[in-house]
Ligand binder design. Sequence first.
Ligand code: C2E
Ligand code: CA
Ligand code: CA
Length: 680
Amino acid sequence: MITKAYKGSISQKLTLAIFFITSITVLIGYTIAISLYIKAQKEDDIHLNSTIQSVIAQDLAKLIFLNNVTAAADITAKLKAFKGLNAVTVYNSKHKAIYEYSKNQEYKPFINSCNDNTLRTYKDSIELTSSIFYAGNKIGCSRINLHFDSIFSIIKKHLESMLVFYFFMLLLSLILAKYYAKRFTKPILYLADFLDSIEFTSSLNRRINIKYDDEFGKLYEETNMMLENIESSLISQKKAEEELKFLQQYDALTGFANKELFLKSLQIQIDKKKENIWHFMFCLNIKKFNQINELYGHTIGDILLQKLAQRIKQDFSNATIFAKIGVDEFIVCYRDVSKNRENAVGKAEKSIEILQTEVYNEFRINEKLINISLYIGINVYQDERNSSEDILRATDAALHMAKNEDKNLAFYNKEIENETLKRLEIATDLHQALKEHQFELYYQLQYKDDGSIYGAEALIRWNHPQKGLIPPVEFIEIAENSGVIVAVGDWIIKQGCKQLANWGKDDRTKEWVLAINVSSKQFDDYLVSKIKNAIVKNGINSTKLKVELTESLFLENFDENVQKLQELKDYGIQISIDDFGTGYSSLQYLKKLPTNQIKIDQSFVVGMLNDTKDIAIIKSIIELGDALELDVIAEGVETKEHFELLKSLHCRYFQGYYFAKPQPIEKIKLDNSLKMQLNL
Ligand code: C2E
Ligand code: CA
Ligand code: CA
């Protein structure tokens, strides 16, 4: 946007400069001309002086030597012929004026004598004195006054022409200034107008026409180059921004909307405010996707996700929104399904039927056949006052319910909501619990087959200030999922080691072994050193500490975790495999594990009296333990029958309500009085 105010400014400056330069030039020119004129005038006068002298020399000689009176008249006659001559006075050698001539009254004859060769300038005349020679001899001296133009008279004389010339020059310069100013400003204004037209990034592809081959041409060329650079950097910036925007909103692997975009899109649908309409959405999660990644590698894992995404898109092509909101979690959202809830539920069930077919869950990737199964959480809902986040949270809750109960699918309902809320509350309270010392370790004694105490298992309890005593099954898994298990686990390690130190001081208990449960989530890089530090700090015998682990520990990072266990075992710490037989026990794994003990899961013990299969399993676990030189302990021993049967199967260690319940430390009996009670 060029405003008028800018337009004349270069031309004005140029005009002013030219005006100034012209004036100075004219002034200097005149000064030089005048001084040259004066110099020439002086030289002319000197020349005239000697001419006059030579013209009158002969007559002067006559006048001086012969005193010839006519000679004076002759001189005067001759002198009259000289135009610029004002006055002449001649002196004889005795400095006496012998001849005087004056053009008019103004020039009075000079009275004083003359000195040789002087030159004096007056207002408008010049006076020269010089010796007069005749026949080589000085016969006197002359004093000649000649007309002389002074600076002022010259100026006065030429003022008019000077001014005319000056104004003429000025006019010429102004015309030139205007012309050149136009020549300069035109290309500049053209450039300015051109740049002015490039206001939006869309017009950045315009280029200025290079119509000058001077510096302006160069300027135009540079401008074009600059625009080119800006354009290309803007293009790449825009491309990067678009890519980023895409990545920020879409899953890079599958191109599905990510959680953020999904929530936004769903909210837009909700904001349309259609009342009494039922919608449904479901959330899919691949069971044990981690294991697939571990087994086949992440590249295959990625291809699997892509292929599953393709299948979802194909089979649910009439769905309103697709999204991938977690590593292996997909969302399919159907809107405006029915005005009737039952109808909507029916449609939801129908649509997910395909997901449960075996063919659907079969993938052939790089010649490998991979079978997956899915957890499905379904939510049939009305928008009401829900936000997209509420709806997603509810669907997620259904998915979690399916996972927790290891069912293929779960519909969202009120119980799930309550369960979700409960779990959420526990997760929040857990952080506070540690700070406020609400945890306590209970100890359940373990026995040998002769009825003597072998040691104990530490089992955590939570004394919630409002909810009372909370058993570990209600919070350990939540603590594991939220990560707070690491801090809770640290506390258990410290507390357990302190207790071992106390037992170490008493002859009755110094041989007891304390088992602490360690979650697989605690197996980070610091676990080993934390346990070692606790042992050193409490000055306990490391062989009296036992770490109880479940087989889930070996689902991920098998080699790394085995190495950590080996470090613990090398330090003297005992390792026990908890709930043996229920997990993913593979003899291949067991062979590689640095273990001291396996713990028969209580489910087998509970069932053994009614089910011979359980007896068979227990028997083989005990035999396996013998073969691998591992201790075998049975837990959940509730009755004398359990105990007797287990003993007959050569089980040597026992834990269960028959012997002792988990109790606070102050209630633990330190002696072997039980032996008597049980008639052992
Ligand atoms: P677990 O490690 O298998 O512990 C044995 C569970 O069986 C304990 O339940 C114990 O009270 C119970 N029990 C003992 N004898 C009998 C019996 O004769 N009959 C029956 N029916 N049950 C018996 P608890 O204390 O409720 O602990 C449950 C689970 O919570 C534990 O199972 C363990 O997985 C976990 N847990 C408990 N304390 C801790 C802990 O300090 N750290 C970690 N990470 N997990 C813990
Ligand atoms: Ca245990
Ligand atoms: Ca157990």
